[in-house]
Design a protein around this ligand. Structure first.
Ligand SMILES: [Zn+2]
Length: 95
């Protein structure tokens, strides 16, 4: 029984892209280097600063696994770029 438990643990930690196996990446906001899980687009702070329609558009175009395949759709790239630009324009105005 004990052996079975160890095997299960090893399996979990070595699954690529699994609960612990995924590598972290950085928030997409310009100048932000916070580490976030790959499936997240931005860190909490920046994500919640985005207008709702950007958040919805990003999730609409998000394909599960695209962060591993490194193959997001053109729509996702476009909306991601717009959101990043919007955020940088807004934070500059705010100063
Ligand atoms: Zn950020």
């Amino acid at each position: 029984m004990a052996v079975r438990r160890v095997v299960a643990c090893n399996f979990e930690t070595t699954v690529p892209g699994g609960f612990q196996g995924g590598h972290m990446h950085h928030c997409h906001a310009i100048g932000c280097h916070r580490e976030i899980p790959p499936r997240r687009f931005m860190c909490r702070q920046h994500w919640y600063a985005l207008p709702r329609h950007y958040q919805q558009a990003i999730w609409r175009h998000y394909r599960p696994g695209q962060e591993r395949a490194k193959d997001p759709s053109d729509e996702y790239r476009t909306v991601a770029r717009d959101a990043i630009n919007w955020l940088s324009a807004t934070s500059q105005k705010g100063r």
